[in-house]
Design a protein around this ligand. Structure first.
Ligand code: ZN
Length: 213
């Protein structure tokens, strides 16, 4: 069955998607990658999209639909697609249902990796790296590990490239855009919200559980 995987930047969506691809033999469909492939292969769609992008514009919904259709009708991927970063709005969500329905497929699971703004902030602000052994820890989440760190606390330094404003702005933009889509899907019985603040392994375990049903 097909899956939609959502999650704001920093929720670990990429890691979990990779896991599903490997363990459950799925095809990860991101419209960004589909468009990049067309450009790389120099198809007519590709050169059209390349022109748009170089003019600061985006690929039209129509173009994206053509590519979506191509993947959905590819028998190799039948009922094995993880939609990653799509749909971005309610129109696209309705459109996806239409296309899938046309080819007698459905969305089996809609998974939202939820992570709060507060956690995202703490992940960045709390990150420290040991200058001696280069281990990275977080003063909010790994207190004990930091206290017991063998190199000594004086070597633990905050990284300078941690740009909080940029990350928080990306998070806010994502949530604002995605909220209507979440509202649209949250009424479905196959919608699951997972706590993205949990450990990576715990999240993987939950996803495994969901996919086994
Ligand atoms: Zn160290």
């Amino acid at each position: 069955m097909n899956i939609i995987l959502f999650g704001p930047p920093g929720a670990g969506k990429g890691t979990q998607a990779q896991f599903i691809v490997k363990k459950h033999n799925y095809f990860q469909l991101s419209t960004g990658n589909l468009l990049r492939d067309e450009i790389k292969l120099k198809t007519s769609i590709g050169s059209e999209v390349e022109k748009l992008i170089s003019n600061g514009k985006f690929a039209s919904d129509q173009t994206v639909n053509i590519l979506l259709r191509k993947s959905i009708t590819n028998l190799k991927f039948r009922d094995r697609i993880i939609f990653d970063g799509y749909p971005r709005n309610v129109d696209q969500a309705k459109n996806l249902q239409l296309i899938l329905g046309e080819f007698d497929q459905t969305i089996g699971h809609i998974i939202f990796l939820n992570v709060s703004r507060d956690i995202i902030e703490k992940r960045i602000m709390g990150r420290v790296t040991c200058e001696k052994c280069h281990m990275t820890m977080n003063k909010f989440f790994n207190k004990e590990q930091i206290d017991l760190h063998p190199c000594g606390k004086e070597f633990l330094k905050k990284r300078k490239d941690d740009n909080l404003d940029v990350v928080v702005a990306r998070y806010d933009t994502y949530m604002k855009l995605t909220n209507p889509v979440l509202d649209f899907y949250s009424k479905n019985a196959n919608f699951t919200k997972i706590d993205g603040a949990a450990e990576i392994e715990q999240i993987t375990y939950k996803i495994n559980d969901i996919l086994r049903v």
